[in-house]
Structures are given as structure tokens and as C-alpha cells.
Write a protein of this length. Structure first.
Length: 340
């Protein structure tokens, strides 16, 4: 099949996903205007709108190639570009013990959340998505990990939708701990950086406490985000090894690490060594964000709403228990490091 024929097959579905993504951005803009803040990201809105379209107006078969292209290829490109937004320079001056402690918190949180999810009857891939989302950086981690472990659209939508609600709840509830439990500003900033999902949410949770809390929370959060690279790398290896073993194939093994993980790590290294011009960083982040929203719209258009609703209760319980457990582990680190 020629390039032109492939393009013609992709265009209808791609156009639909782009239209849903534009509607999500418009919804976010309205939300900011009415509520004064971005409480539900365009990424989550894109999934919700995609599900609504798919539910109320069955899609034609001609839409499938473009939707599949958006959900897979565009998402993988977005993950590669995401690497340019992460720089190892964030850890300078943070201290070896703090860095090691954050790494331990992330590892323990992922392991414990996965166990909680499985005990509640969640499928392994959904449990992994929730574990990585809660433990590292919310939606970004879920989006980055999903294609690595080959999660399906229902699992991705469920993980994103219900952890998004908890992310917003954490922003509102965390300041309560500072004002009513006698935490110091550095302690509170560290706790916020370790438990809140996204960097903008860390800013929202720490701003009421002051500049020192904002600076501490942001630094801790950025170090936590750096764990995304090693985690998706290891998950890529584990997934490929399990797939190879399950298929019983012998001889030449497939590549253990998907191409987009290599691209992600490569751009992260280039950013860390100053090989990417500063003028390109913001445009690359913007393109990554746009492609991610389009990919989420495609995932929404592929979702069976009954499957997501069926998993809803268990996902909320798993994510809530995970967040509480993450808070306890994080507070343990604060005590162990004697942060005052």
C-alpha cells in the first residue's frame, strides 16, 4: 500500500481525534475562565469527550485506522519529546540522602500499590498504571508507561480518570495538614513534593504556605519525576521478556526496549548535558503536550464505557489506599532524614 493510500486511510480518524482534542482544550479554557484554575486537565477532558462521542454516536469502521494511529504512534512520539522536559540538573545540591530517599519512596510505593491493586482484583496492567501514576507523576507517568506494558484503552482511561480526581483532592487536603498538624515549612514542602501528582499541582498545594514550601516541593517533585526514566526502562525489559517467554519463541529475541523509551532517555540525556538549545525546549514540550491530548482523545474514542465504569469502584479504592500509603512512607522519610 502506498504512502498516499495509508494517509487517506488515517485521515478520517485522525481528523476526529484532533476535533475532540480541540474541544478538550476549549473546555479547559472555559474551566480556567469560570473557576480561575485548571482543575481538570485537557488530557482528562479529551478522554471524557472521546468516551462520550463513542458512546452516543457509534463510529464508522473507516475511523479506526486514524484513531489507532493517534493512540499509538502519536503517543509514542509524545513520550520521546517528553524526555526533553526532564533534566538531571534538577538534582544538583539536593543531597545524596534526599535523592536516595526519594528513590526508595518511589520504589516502595510502586510495589505496595501494585500489591494493593492486585488484592482488590485489578488486572496486572491496570494495577501497574495506578502504581506508577500515584508514585511518580500522575497522568504523565500513566501515559508514558501504558504503551510500554501494552495496556489497553479501557485500562488507561480508568487509571487516568480516577487518579485525576484524587490528584485534585490532594491539592485541597494537603494544606490542612500544615495548618492543623504543626508541620514546618520544609517538612510540608517535602511532603507535597513526594505525594502530589503533577508539578502544577505541587505549586497549587504549596503556594498558600509560602515561597520556601514552593521551592522545596518543586525540587523534591522534579527529583521524583526523574524516576520515570528508569521505571519505564525496567518495565520495558520486563514486559518484553515476559512476552517472549509466554510465546515460547527461540532464536533471535526482539528488541528488549521499545524505540520510544530509547528516544525518551536519549533526549533526557541531551537535555541534561546541554545539547538541546534552550529555545527548543518549550516548543518540544508544547508539541509533546498537544500530541498527548490527541492520543488521549483517540483512547477515549476506543473505550467501552461499561468496562471503565465496572472497574471504577476498585480503582478509586486502590488509588486512595495507595495515596494514603504514599503519604505514610513519605512522612517516614521526612522523619528519617530529620528534616526540620
Amino acid at each position: 500500500m502506498s504512502v498516499a493510500q495509508n494517509t487517506n486511510k488515517i485521515l478520517p480518524g485522525l481528523a476526529l481525534t484532533c476535533a475532540v482534542a480541540i474541544a478538550a482544550y476549549a473546555g479547559e479554557h472555559v474551566e480556567v475562565g469560570l473557576l480561575g484554575g485548571q482543575w481538570i486537565e485537557s488530557l482528562v477532558l479529551a478522554i471524557a469527550l472521546g468516551i462520550a462521542v463513542c458512546t452516543f454516536k457509534p463510529l464508522k469502521p473507516s475511523m479506526k485506522p486514524g484513531i489507532d494511529f493517534s493512540a499509538k504512534i502519536l503517543l509514542e512520539i509524545a513520550i520521546v519529546l517528553l524526555g526533553a522536559s526532564i533534566s538531571l540538573s534538577a538534582i544538583r545540591g539536593a543531597g545524596v540522602w534526599l535523592i536516595a530517599g526519594i528513590a526508595v519512596v518511589v520504589v516502595l510505593s510502586i510495589a505496595a500499590t501494585y500489591v494493593i491493586g492486585r488484592l482488590l482484583g485489578l488486572p496486572p496492567k491496570l494495577a501497574t498504571l495506578i502504581a506508577c501514576g500515584n508514585s511518580i507523576c500522575g497522568n504523565s507517568a500513566i501515559v508514558a508507561v501504558a504503551p510500554v506494558i501494552e495496556a489497553d484503552s479501557q485500562e488507561i482511561a480508568a487509571a487516568l480518570a480516577f487518579t485525576a480526581v484524587l490528584g485534585i483532592a490532594a491539592v485541597f487536603l494537603l494544606p490542612f495538614l500544615y495548618f492543623h498538624f504543626g508541620m514546618s515549612v520544609p517538612q510540608y514542602g517535602t511532603l507535597a513534593g513526594l505525594t502530589v501528582y503533577a508539578v502544577p499541582q505541587v505549586l497549587a498545594a504549596t503556594t498558600p504556605v509560602g515561597l520556601l514550601a514552593v521551592q522545596t516541593g518543586t525540587l523534591v517533585k522534579l527529583i521524583r519525576v526523574l524516576m520515570l526514566g528508569p521505571v519505564i526502562f525496567l518495565l520495558g525489559i520486563i514486559t518484553k521478556v515476559e512476552t517472549t517467554d509466554a510465546n515460547g519463541k527461540s532464536g533471535r529475541h526482539p528488541s528488549l526496549v521499545p524505540w520510544f523509551i530509547c528516544g525518551f532517555l536519549g533526549l533526557m540525556a541531551m537535555r541534561s548535558f546541554g545539547l538541546i538549545p534552550e529555545a527548543l525546549i518549550t516548543p518540544m514540550e508544547t508539541v509533546s503536550g498537544i500530541l498527548t491530548v490527541i492520543a488521549m482523545a483517540a483512547l477515549g474514542l476506543s473505550v467501552n464505557v461499561r468496562s471503565v465504569a465496572h472497574a471504577g469502584g476498585r480503582v478509586i479504592v486502590a488509588a486512595t489506599l495507595s495515596l494514603l500509603m504514599l503519604g505514610a512512607i513519605s512522612y517516614g522519610l521526612i522523619v528519617a532524614l530529620q528534616i526540620q
